[in-house]
Design a protein around this ligand. Structure first.
Ligand SMILES: *Cc1c(COP(=O)(O)O)cnc(C)c1O
Length: 248
């Protein structure tokens, strides 16, 4: 990879960091409270290494198979998060590859992750993906179903639910996402009270709307395009609209 390309990465990473910092300031938050998850789907190990060289060390993938091929070729100190929809038949591979799963959208999946962790001998922090908008095209638990999952999870010894994740409907104006981010934070406050779970992490905000998400309390922003550039591959058929790169 030549210098020009690497410089491009540094510029983009620094721009994202600066925007996170400014959004934190607007909201009276400490920028240390926000982690950037660099979503590297469709990009290769060289690009991951170039972004890691800019000082980012948390990376996100949305498909287990792609991650399984890529991660062994990437710098070994990186922490990988699963941010995409996880099928139960991929759980055993996923618990070996990832340090956090953002996209737990059913009790059955949570139980499968717990069982796989037991087998592997690990523990895993996870987030519940909540479908705040109620759009049928979106993965995620209906808010009404979350309290029962939280309650059931106390019996699981290998997984801990450390927060919530959401993907808002796409709107041209990033401000359109604000009510969904705010709602997720409010739901978190309510469930914190009712369940006794602390739920410190809020995974919300992507390239298009992460500043709004930071203003609304995001602790993990999942950023692909703004760091890596426009994805080369088309999203697979049936991918959620929010996974697609606008204007490609
Ligand atoms: C691809 C993806 C992202 C990153 O999207 P960008 O718009 O490129 O920043 C974030 N979260 C999930 C779940 C994704 O699949």
């Amino acid at each position: 990879m030549d210098r020009m390309v690497e410089n491009g990465f540094l510029e983009r990473v620094n721009a994202v960091r600066a925007r996170v910092t400014v959004a934190c300031r607007r909201a009276g938050r400490d920028p240390c409270q926000v982690s950037i998850v660099a979503v590297s789907k469709t990009f290769g190990p060289e690009e991951v290494a170039a972004v890691a060289a800019c000082g980012l060390n948390v990376f996100g993938e949305s498909r287990v198979q792609e991650a399984a091929q890529k991660i062994p070729l990437c710098p070994g100190h990186l922490e990988w998060h699963m941010v995409g929809h996880l099928q139960r038949n991929k759980v055993r591979a996923a618990v070996r590859l990832f340090r956090m799963i953002h996209s737990v959208d059913s009790l059955r999946l949570l139980e499968a992750i717990d069982a796989a962790c037991e087998e592997v001998g690990c523990r895993l922090p996870v987030l519940l993906e909540v479908n705040v908008s109620g759009e049928s095209s979106k993965f995620g638990l209906a808010p009404a179903d979350v309290p029962a999952v939280l309650e059931r999870s106390s019996a699981l010894m290998r997984v801990s639910i450390v927060g919530l994740m959401t993907i808002p409907p796409f709107t041209e104006d990033p401000e359109g996402a604000r009510p969904y981010f705010r709602r997720l934070r409010e739901l978190r406050e309510a469930w914190r009270e009712s369940s006794g779970f602390d739920l410190p992490e809020l995974s919300m905000g992507m390239s298009h709307d992460f500043e709004v998400a930071v203003e609304e309390g995001a602790t993990l922003v999942r950023i692909g395009t703004a760091i890596f550039g426009v994805r080369r591959q088309q999203p697979r058929k049936g991918a959620a609209a929010s996974e697609m790169t606008p204007a490609e």
